[in-house]
Design a protein around this ligand. Sequence first.
Ligand SMILES: [Fe+2]
Length: 134
Amino acid sequence: MTTGAPSSSASATHSAWPAENSTPPPATITGNLALAKRRAAASRSDRKTVLKLLNEALATEIVCVLRYKRHFFMARGLNAEPVAAEFAEHATQEQDHADRLAERIVQLGGEPNLSPKGLLERSHSEYIEGVKGS
Ligand SMILES: [Fe+2]
């Protein structure tokens, strides 16, 4: 039969989509603006916290670089050469971590805190010189 009218199954499909209950609830401009402002404020707060934590991690990595460099230069004894090489490798790895953190801080619109002032206070690692060479 070719009447040009949609078949009953096609008609049922079209009337079932979109379902009446699938539409979002009506929103007001004022409500949306208030929600957007709350989300923006939370986002700024989260960003500030993230940047603070990243700068603390950066300080920690820098302290580790300094500590491993100290150990590299101060290695003594029969096994000094391989031990020093191990410390040098760790220092290089920690420097890479520091660089990646600084890059991420900049990507997030922050500034990496590379100031030596307060470095140990920002760091979560200690700077321990270890045993002096004899
Ligand atoms: Fe690290």
